[in-house]
Ligand binder design. Structure first.
Ligand code: ATP
Length: 359
């Protein structure tokens, strides 16, 4: 079942929180709402779940206007970061609660609860109370309690936010597997960019109540349209550029580090048509080379200012005049990588790795 928003808006008093959102969550896909704290993610999830109402615009769930479906009848369930389990009920009773409320026959409750508890691997805790579980186990109970109702759409509000990194990574993989097996639409809220990249078929980046950009992980990472998206999804080097000449799909720009050739094919930002714009390049797209290789197109002489060795990679902070560049290189050579603090070096900025950004 898909979920569609058209010009959806919501204010709390004089404070507009969602500003005319247009967005589709396709059927059976894993879509993530990614954005900083306070950008409106939870509010949007609450509106889809029927816990809150939009002021304007439409919300359709499976093609039906959501105003015609009361909250308890929506084919939607929510998993909250806080788990929201009933403390006085056992794990089994927590999972069975929704079905009992719907007066599902006892034998079917038994069957469905057993199947779901098996699926999320909590069968052995059936008789325990929530207080006797770890955070990860509680989260599995919360998941079981939502999916036992067989929703067509599952809303997940930072469900892994309270867990430590290792458990979070493990549950990320499990959640993905679950989504594929259940074949239902997942709408997942997080402010963790890595989690969004790992899990989503599609990511909608939100900023102050608006959708800034929508795309799959690769499109958003490789082709951010704005500075906000570029910086929110990983790190970028930003370079001010003024166009010197254009030649078909190529442009030559003047920058703080000299002239650079930029591949203009595939640039998605409207700023690509302007005469001045900001260029971005991801640190791992820049190649660090010996100073003897400083001559030639898109090559820049630099000095190594800082060097952070992290095992598989080394991160370098480099200076070229007033411009600072960060570069991340895999440590593919055995032994020293050959660059030290204070040393002269050169970098190559590939024309295809330079991204034109808006704002
Ligand atoms: P976080 O990641 O911190 O949970 P979020 O993106 O989910 O943030 P929301 O919880 O949707 O953000 O809140 C968006 C804005 O709306 C915030 O400025 C918040 O203070 C405000 N807000 C949320 N709920 C209410 C409410 N019931 N009354 C008034 N303002 C509210």
């Amino acid at each position: 079942m898909d979920v569609r928003l058209e010009r959806l808006s919501k204010s709390f008093g004089a404070n507009p929180v969602l500003k005319s959102l247009d967005l589709t969550f396709p059927e059976r896909r894993f879509v993530t709402l990614l954005g900083p704290s306070g950008c409106g993610k939870t509010t949007l999830l609450r509106i889809i779940g029927g816990l809150d109402m939009a002021d304007e615009g439409t919300l359709r769930i499976g093609g039906v206007d959501a105003r015609e479906i009361p909250a308890h009848k929506r084919p939607v369930n929510t998993v909250f970061q806080s788990y929201a389990l009933f403390p006085h009920l056992t794990v089994w009773e927590n999972v069975a609660f929704g079905l009992k409320m719907k007066r599902v026959a006892a034998a079917e409750v038994e069957r469905r609860v057993a199947a779901v508890m098996e699926m999320v691997e909590i069968a052995e805790f059936a008789g325990r109370k929530p207080a006797q579980l770890s955070g990860g186990q509680k989260q599995r109970v919360a998941l079981a309690r939502a999916i036992v109702n067989e929703p067509q759409v599952l809303l997940l509000d930072e469900p892994l936010g309270a867990l430590d990194l290792k458990l979070r990574k493990q549950l990320q993989v499990e959640l993905l597997g679950l989504q594929r097996r259940l074949g239902i639409t997942f709408i997942y809220v997080t402010h963790d960019q890595e989690e969004a990249l790992v899990m989503s078929d599609r990511i909608a980046v939100m900023r102050a109540g608006r959708i800034e950009q929508v795309g799959d992980a690769e499109a958003l990472y490789e082709r951010p349209r704005t500075r906000f998206v570029g910086q929110f999804l990983g790190s970028v080097n930003l370079i001010d550029a003024t166009v010197v000449r254009r030649d078909g799909q190529q442009a030559v720009v003047q920058t703080e580090v000299g002239e650079l050739r930029v591949d203009m094919a595939g640039q998605t930002s409207p700023a690509a048509l302007q005469e001045t714009f900001t260029l971005a390049i991801r640190p791992e797209k820049v190649t660090l080379c010996p100073p003897t290789e400083a001559a030639g197109e898109n090559r820049v002489r630099v000095r190594v200012e800082e060097l952070i060795y992290i095992g598989s990679e080394t991160h370098y902070i480099l200076r070229a005049g007033a411009q600072t560049l960060s570069v991340e290189m895999m440590n593919v050579k055995v032994g020293s990588q050959g660059f030290d603090i204070g040393q002269d070096a050169a970098v190559y900025l590939p024309p295809g790795g330079l991204i034109v950004l808006d704002d």
